[in-house]
Design a binder for this molecule. Structure first.
Ligand code: SIN
Length: 297
């Protein structure tokens, strides 16, 4: 560690407040900044008649406080996976990815030795090219490789809060274009999905305010953001390159090591994620249910 770092401490200081205890679930934080593992809950039971509203309220709270939450050893059916998603809102149908079975809201996540790529290999926020991008995604991994296949998550609250005041002032009010076309065209050809005539594109604020927590979060990502509107292209490219690099600081991240039948539920409004495809030639598979969101402000 440099003497500067040891004298000044980390550049980003997370202000963790007094924590109110949970009564119906156990919440174990992965880092002070992002991610928590939840135990003491059976999601299959929760979505049935026997589930308690108090437990649902506490899961909502755990998501708001940690931005991404994880559950292990959940033997749920596709119908229960979909029903758990519906507890948080209407379900989103992916504009390009294949689905598992009959329900288009049950997105298929699959990579094996013959795959040319795996889903979500670069840092991104899900489908930010939609006018109303998804609020959250619930990924259920049923088959894991013996090692690897982790998912990394990064807090866009921490990324925003650690910017200099000058950079915050510069970004204030800027709007960026998010484009699905370069991201999705041809992407799922190997899974038998034909291209659509067009893909979604939308304009969103570079900094958005979370509708539940009221906190500000950076909302640009390598996967979909094409440019910042109204800036010369070279300036937009330079600013976005800086922001992407800044967002990828390990200080803002947690890393989830999957086990079979684990679930990750992330809030797309304040996180980015990246899936590690380091397990070839092994297979990793599961399904994702995505919950609709609102227009970012
Ligand atoms: C995704 O981006 O939804 C895929 C994440 C993963 O497979 O870990």
């Amino acid at each position: 560690m440099s003497s500067l770092a040891s004298k000044q401490g980390p550049r980003y200081r997370h202000a963790s407040g007094e924590e109110e205890p949970y009564e119906t679930i156990a919440v174990e934080k992965l880092t002070p900044i992002i991610g928590a593992e939840i135990s003491g809950v059976d999601l299959g039971r929760l979505v049935s008649e026997q589930g308690s509203n108090r437990q649902m309220d506490e899961i909502h709270r755990a998501l708001a406080e940690n931005s991404v939450i994880f559950f292990r050893d959940q033997a749920i059916t596709p119908a229960q996976h979909l029903a758990f998603g519906r507890k948080f809102g209407d379900l989103h149908v992916h504009p390009a990815a294949p689905h598992e079975g009959d329900d288009p809201a049950l997105m298929k996540i699959y990579a094996d030795k013959d795959s040319p790529r795996a889903n979500g290999e670069g840092w991104h926020t899900d489908v930010s090219c939609d006018v109303e991008p998804p609020m959250g995604s619930i990924l259920y991994i049923k088959q894991c490789p013996p090692r690897g296949g982790d998912t990394l998550f990064a807090s866009m609250y921490a990324a925003y809060e650690s910017l200099s005041d000058r950079m915050k002032a510069y970004l204030d009010g800027l709007i960026a274009l998010h484009d699905g076309e370069p991201a999705y065209r041809g992407l799922y050809a190997n899974m038998g999905v034909a291209d659509r005539p067009t893909y979604p594109r939308a304009e969103h604020p570079v900094v958005r305010t979370h509708p539940v927590t009221g906190r500000k979060a950076l909302y640009v990502n390598r996967g979909f953001t094409s440019h910042i509107i109204g800036l010369p292209r070279d300036e937009s490219d330079a600013v976005l390159a800086y922001l992407y690099q800044h967002c990828e600081n390990p200080l803002f991240q947690c890393r989830f090591r999957w086990t079979e039948n684990a679930i990750a539920f992330w809030d797309n409004r304040c996180t980015q994620h990246r899936a590690m495809w380091d397990y070839w030639p092994h297979t990793r598979s599961g399904t994702r249910v995505t919950v609709k969101g609102e227009r970012p402000v």
